[in-house]
Write a protein that binds this ligand. Structure first.
Ligand code: IPE
Ligand code: MG
Length: 222
């Protein structure tokens, strides 16, 4: 979800207004995915590198997450959404960690959309974390296989993503799901995240439908 700051700047507004507006796009996309029966949606909200931003902006984002989790909880429960947070929780305030755990617990049996929000997430962190977990589990006695690496990644409950949508014009992965994106279709759009609406999502999905996914095979073999 990229482009909140630029969206605000264009309107001579502070960056945080862009983040607030971006939250509306989050709601729209969640609702739309539910309508379309998309089973998994993973949102990159805050990277391990985003701590380098001005303190004021970091603080604002942290309180926005906390507030949104609190405010949106009942709607998520009501709409049968399974909520998950991926990322390193260590630096989060205890209150936030408790709220996250509570919401995950309350929604763990839900059978609708699985919504994963990545906060303080980095693909490299995730892989190293998975390797360490494997070593701890096996007392460093077993060589790592792809299967047990995957079992120890944060998204071990989800299939690899079919589609990555990056808004805001940048054409890079920026340390998101670097393992899982191996065979994902990549879609980049100039649209800034706060402007990403129902129509923009449909455009991305139609583009995805046109892609031929060969996974190394030839077109004729499919
Ligand atoms: C939102 O967009 C991404 C977050 C880290 C919350 P940005 O804040 O990166 O917006 P731009 O790139 O400055 O426009
Ligand atoms: Mg950005």
């Amino acid at each position: 979800m990229d482009g909140n700051g630029r969206w605000a700047k264009k309107r001579l507004m502070p960056r945080i207004s862009g983040h607030k507006k971006g939250l509306e796009s989050v709601r729209t996309v969640i609702t739309q995915c539910q309508k379309l029966n998309i089973p998994f949606l993973t949102l990159f909200a805050f990277s391990t590198e985003n701590w380098l931003r001005p303190t004021q902006e970091v603080n604002f984002l942290m309180s926005l997450f906390q507030e949104s989790i609190k405010k949106e909880s009942s709607a998520l429960i009501k709409h049968n959404v399974r909520f998950k947070l991926i990322g390193d929780r260590k630096p989060f305030p205890k209150k936030l960690v408790d709220k996250i755990k509570e919401l995950e617990k309350l929604t763990e049996k839900n059978t609708g959309l699985t919504l994963s929000v990545a906060i303080n997430y980095g693909g490299r962190w995730d892989i190293v974390n998975a390797v360490n977990r494997h070593q701890k589990e096996t007392l460093s006695k077993k060589p790592l296989t792809q299967k047990n690496l995957i079992q120890n990644l944060s998204l071990n409950y989800a299939p690899d993503p079919d589609l990555l949508i990056r808004t805001g014009g940048e054409k890079r992965i920026s340390n998101f799901l670097i393992w899982q994106f191996s065979y994902s279709e990549l879609y980049f759009t100039e649209t800034l995240w706060p402007d990403f609406n129902e129509r923009a999502l449909m455009t991305a999905l139609f583009e995805f439908q046109k892609r031929e996914r060969r996974y190394g095979k030839t077109s004729e073999q499919l």
